[in-house]
Design a protein around this ligand. Structure first.
Ligand code: SAM
Length: 224
């Protein structure tokens, strides 16, 4: 449970160089970049691995609550980096064990993120379990806090009921606006998200449906 989770008191206190050692300035010790893309509940890391070459200039972080799964992704990234020593690939991705429903502002500053992915989140089918879903009004305000204006929340699921739930909550939230199907069809990340994750591949094999919805972070309303 959470008391075993390690998390920094604030984003500045996090040891980012441990996750992205190649992006630390040798002279100052400061990081040259900050994480701008987050994969929430990244599972086995397929999305991270495919996003890495598509966004070589961005730092990408997967957040995963299960210890074993996090360890697997860590090992996967270590191996990929070793295999690609000469071309310097996969230095921009890593994974962190954490509960994304609780500690996001400990890891990310206000407006830090450009993209957040929620790929095949746990459906929590039963009515009384709905409050455990990763998209709720309260959590959306937290996601809006760490996302910059114009940033995007990506969602995909094979569970239609969960899709409708996520769309409803995002549509009701004043700081998010749904992006059009045309926008989705022209967006690189949507293409990657449809096929990259382990859960997405499983759904593909079963020839199941995949429901996609993307939302833009709106500017904060001005108080006159
Ligand atoms: N996104 C991956 C994919 O598409 O293959 C994994 C999907 S899996 C169904 C959902 C993942 O979310 C699980 O690996 C689970 O451990 C993780 N998860 C659930 N709640 C979480 C939380 N509060 N914080 C971080 N990860 C969480």
């Amino acid at each position: 449970s959470d008391h075993q989770l390690e998390y920094p008191a604030s984003p500045a206190e996090m040891d980012w160089a441990k996750l992205y050692p190649h992006l630390q300035d040798e002279a100052t010790g400061e990081m040259t970049k900050k994480v701008t893309i987050a994969d929430i509940g990244c599972g086995f890391g397929g999305l991270l691995v495919d996003l890495s070459p598509a966004f070589p200039e961005n730092l990408i972080l997967g957040m995963e609550i299960r210890v074993q799964v996090t360890n697997y992704v860590e090992d996967r990234i270590i191996a990929l980096r070793a295999q690609n020593k000469d071309n310097l690939k996969y230095r921009n991705i890593n994974v962190l064990r954490g509960n994304a429903m609780k500690f996001l502002p400990n890891f990310f500053e206000k407006s830090q993120l450009e993209k957040m992915f929620f790929c095949f989140p746990d459906p929590h089918f039963k009515q009384r379990k709905h409050k455990a879903r990763i998209i709720t009004n309260t959590l959306l305000s937290e996601y809006a806090y760490v996302l910059k204006e114009g940033g995007v929340i990506y969602t995909i699921t094979d569970v239609e009921d969960l899709h409708l739930w996520m769309v409803k909550h995002l549509e009701e939230h004043p700081l998010f606006e749904r992006l059009s199907e045309e926008w989705e069809n022209n967006d690189t990340c949507v293409q990657i998200m449809r096929n990259a994750t382990e859960e997405g591949k499983k759904v593909e094999r079963k020839k199941g449906d995949k429901f996609v919805a993307c939302f833009k972070r709106l500017p904060n309303p001005t108080i006159i």
